[in-house]
Design a protein around this ligand. Sequence first.
Ligand code: EPU
Length: 340
Amino acid sequence: MNIQENVDIKNYSTLKVGGVFRYFVTIKKKEDLPSLYAIAQSDVRYKSIPIFILGGGSNSIFSDGVLNVIATKIDIKGFEVIKEDAEYAEIRAGAGEIWDELVGKTVEMSLSGLESLSAIPGVVGATPVQNVGAYGAEVKDSIIEVEVFDTFDKTIKYLSNNDCKFGYRDSIFKGEAKGRYIITSVVYRLSKLSPKIPKYPDTERYFKEKNITNPNVKDVRDAIIFIRSNKLPNPKDIPNVGSFFKNPIISKDIADQILINYPNAKFFPIDERNTKIPAGWLIENAGLKGKSFGKVAVYDKNALVLINTGGATKEDIIKTKNEIIKIVQDKFGIILEQEP
Ligand code: EPU
């Protein structure tokens, strides 16, 4: 097992923020995880240094300076159809597979379930952690099992969809079991029947302009890739971690108050009492779209995204975040919550 020392975090962070990992190791098969834990416990160099699991680094913000961890990059590959009938196929994918390559493959196979989650950066193993969602689809709707390495008893376990306690951008992996499980593979159940067409103004406009009346999975994927490329900066060109804030859930009373001054405000009702308000809308209407805060800026095409305009540190990011939260709170009385 090749454990490297002092590895630059910026190469593992799409925000290009962070210092160095004290130790770094790549895991290519799940069978190597018990050995890693054995070495970490027995070798004096690594004693009491926590193992930290890295995904694609597209939804994480790392500290500056030396991070005293054994950063562990899960690079477990694999793509396998494990079960199939006339209506469904079950696919097992290794945690280290690039998410969008998996989506591309399932779309090529005319399987539906993941197409609305096209062009999201990151790896398969990260998708259950925050229950990745976009355009009306959430990965929880397709996941039937998550294979994990349980760091408590060092065995492989299988969590059902229910066990994962999925919520909006949330799961057991972020909550009560944080740090306990290392995801090694995920099983998705995908449909061979017609796809669920996203009902979003952006997708509807796209299909109308292209004269597509009955979109197939490939059409949906093409639409999402096109829409995202216009709204979300490619981290290869502009360092970012996608949405920086969650969309707040507010009461309908507060929404009604906002509507008095902003009759065009858009809400996404949740139930009789609560509604979701887009954080991007709040930030834009607080006058912050495109605004620069030193080395960090609010992206000019989408106020929900913060970008590193060059050499930002974690401190810069946190300061900017707090300023934005304060300005939005002063204006709308709503407290934004960080998403990555
Ligand atoms: N909006 C503004 N100004 C902005 C940005 C957005 O007014 O600067 C308004 C839009 O006009 C629209 C509404 O906000 O009416 C919603 O915008 P959009 O459809 O782009 O989605 P979002 O709510 O901003 C969420 C997810 C995204 C996901 C999109 C598409 C969260 C925190 N974000 O964004 O996820 O791609 O929906 O479904 O839920 C991510 O998590 O990194 C991410 C990109």
